[in-house]
Design a protein around this ligand. Structure first.
Ligand SMILES: [Zn+2]
Length: 319
């Protein structure tokens, strides 16, 4: 089946008042886990990759194979999305490789990670939209800076520069993006908030206000993994060293969806599930060197976490 654009996938989510999970993959095993979950849960899905981040040395071949794999799942509505493109070239390469959606994250300066000037963000995002539009590719932009790993910090709420509704309207008018990542209290990475309340502080009124003023733009939640404590515990029990922290609670995400969020990025949770399963297996089966035996539990854990999020976001059972 021809892959769908982000606008097509999220258009149906808008009609059905649910959100579609966007799951980061960096190997074909992980992509299979995500697509198998989508097929089993009968859920639309956004498969996303980050430029420069994969298990392979040849990104061109990786992206080509990822696209071909997505096409194999004929019954599943799949959008193939570039997550956090930092440059015009990242987005151009993804479009060349058949991605149906690209994010240009020009909210930060490419060289320093400092918050970019608003007009610089508009200029680069607008150039990507001009490139993507004739190719039939959707574009996601970002406004405000979402804290955490993205900014190289540990995700303290005070480091988040919240999205401004007036700027959001101006930004969409000027750039024509299809989807907008807004900083509304989430944080990137596997280490998020040091207290449980951190994950309960989504600015729901801000989401609702931006949505009301931008009814044709799909709002995206980044940095919104829940950081399951059992996965962190398993990792650390088997030789890992992940600092325990609190993520965004599933309940908060549901409230975010009710307020108008239509795409939820879930990178970390499935990565934690993968790491926990892999470390546990290797630790408990020290004599096993057969890769298929090592990887199977990790793939299953990844798939299970993705399926759980699909049910929580209301995207399961949609076809
Ligand atoms: Zn992000």
């Amino acid at each position: 089946m021809t892959l769908e654009t982000l606008r097509e996938v999220l258009g149906r989510a808008e009609e059905g008042a649910y959100a579609v999970g966007a799951f980061n993959v960096s190997s074909l095993d992980q992509a299979v886990a995500v697509l198998d979950a989508a097929e089993t849960e009968r859920s639309p899905v956004i498969v996303q990759a980050i430029a420069g981040m994969s298990a392979y040395s040849d990104e061109s071949r990786w992206w080509h194979r990822l696209r071909a794999l997505c096409e194999e799942y004929a019954q599943v509505a799949v959008a193939l999305h570039l997550d956090h493109g930092r440059t015009y070239d990242d987005c151009a390469r993804a479009i060349d490789h058949g991605f149906t959606s690209v994010m240009i994250d020009a909210s930060r300066a490419a060289d320093s990670d400092a918050p970019a000037a608003f007009l610089d963000n508009v200029e680069l995002t607008g150039r990507v939209t001009t490139l993507a539009r004739p190719a039939g590719v959707s574009v996601e932009g970002e406004l405000g800076t979402i804290g955490g790993a993205e900014a190289g910090v540990t995700g303290i709420l005070e480091e988040i520069v919240f999205a401004d509704p007036d700027q959001a309207v101006e930004f969409v008018d000027a750039t024509g993006v299809d989807a907008l990542a807004i900083a509304v209290g989430t944080s990137h990475g596997s280490v998020k908030f040091t207290d449980e309340a951190g994950g309960q502080r989504l600015r729901l009124a801000l989401i609702a206000e931006i949505r009301e003023r931008l009814p044709d733009t799909f709002l995206v939640l980044h940095g919104s993994s829940s950081v399951p404590a059992d996965a962190v515990t398993a990792i650390n029990l088997h030789g890992g060293q992940v600092r325990p922290s609190y993520g965004i609670s599933p309940g908060q995400k549901s409230e975010g969806i009710a307020a108008g969020i239509r795409k939820i990025n879930q990178g970390t949770d499935s990565h934690l599930a993968w790491s926990a399963a892999l470390r546990t297996f290797l630790d408990e089966n020290a004599a096993v060197v057969e890769p298929s035996e090592q990887l199977a539990p990790a793939i299953a854990a990844f798939r299970g976490m993705v399926a759980q999020r699909m049910r929580e976001f209301g995207s399961a059972g949609r076809f």
